[in-house]
Design a binder for this molecule. Structure first.
Ligand SMILES: Cc1cc2nc3c(=O)[nH]c(=O)nc-3n(C[C@H](O)[C@H](O)[C@H](O)COP(=O)(O)OP(=O)(O)OC[C@H]3O[C@@H](n4cnc5c(N)ncnc54)[C@H](O)[C@@H]3O)c2cc1C
Length: 166
């Protein structure tokens, strides 16, 4: 990640969101710029593209063009990882065509879990920092299948059945 005139310049923000195989969606639950910077590092490490909720755009972490949802883009990646995303239906219409959905949220009742295949109730910063530590150094962790396995091995990760289609 580089900074240029106070803007983050990252491959995870310059690729094509619409054709990305892996999308890391950042919500207000990442808390602050430090939490956001961790998500950028994570997305870079797994060659993902970053997307945003309206909440994350309003915080100024990501540009409006990265917003998913009714008023944003609609994506269909192999893997969507929702990081501190509440799962408002305004947002989820933008990610409902994802192959596998992983959600990390401190609130067990967050709506995003209704659309998830794998749910983790935890601080997303703790969880993502852990995944970064266990990612294989040879880059083999940067696939949808391998990442799903790594998240599934996280303490407390729960396989889920989608209860909502968007
Ligand atoms: C007309 C209209 C159109 C809209 N269109 C869109 C749209 O296209 N796209 C869109 O995204 N939104 C849209 N919105 C806004 C939408 O309704 C939601 O307000 C927005 O998606 C919420 O963003 P969020 O999930 O980041 O934030 P929040 O609702 O603030 O949720 C943050 C989540 O983070 C969790 N959390 C907190 N701390 C942590 C932590 N440490 N670790 C993990 N989780 C944590 C919380 O439990 C919560 O679930 C629209 C709204 C309106 C009125």
């Amino acid at each position: 990640m580089e900074r240029s005139s106070n803007k983050i310049v990252s491959p995870s923000l310059s690729g094509d969101l619409l054709t990305a195989e892996i999308v890391v969606a950042v919500g207000r639950g990442v808390k602050d710029r430090e939490g956001f910077a961790l998500m950028v590092r994570f997305a870079e490490a797994i060659h993902a593209q970053l997307a945003a909720t309206r909440g994350a755009v309003d915080e100024g972490w990501l540009p409006r063009e990265r917003e998913l949802g009714l008023s944003g883009k609609r994506v269909a990646p192999k893997l969507y990882i929702g990081c501190g995303v509440a799962g408002a239906n305004f947002h989820t219409v933008g990610m409902s065509r994802a192959g596998t959905v992983i959600a990390v949220n401190t609130d067990p009742l967050a709506r995003i879990f209704q659309l998830a295949d794998l749910g983790i109730v935890d601080d997303v910063r703790t969880c993502v920092a852990h995944i970064l530590r266990v990612l294989p150094a040879d880059g083999s962790g940067a696939s949808a299948v391998r990442l799903t396995e790594l998240f599934a091995a996280y303490p407390g990760a729960e396989k889920m059945t989608r209860k909502s289609s968007y």
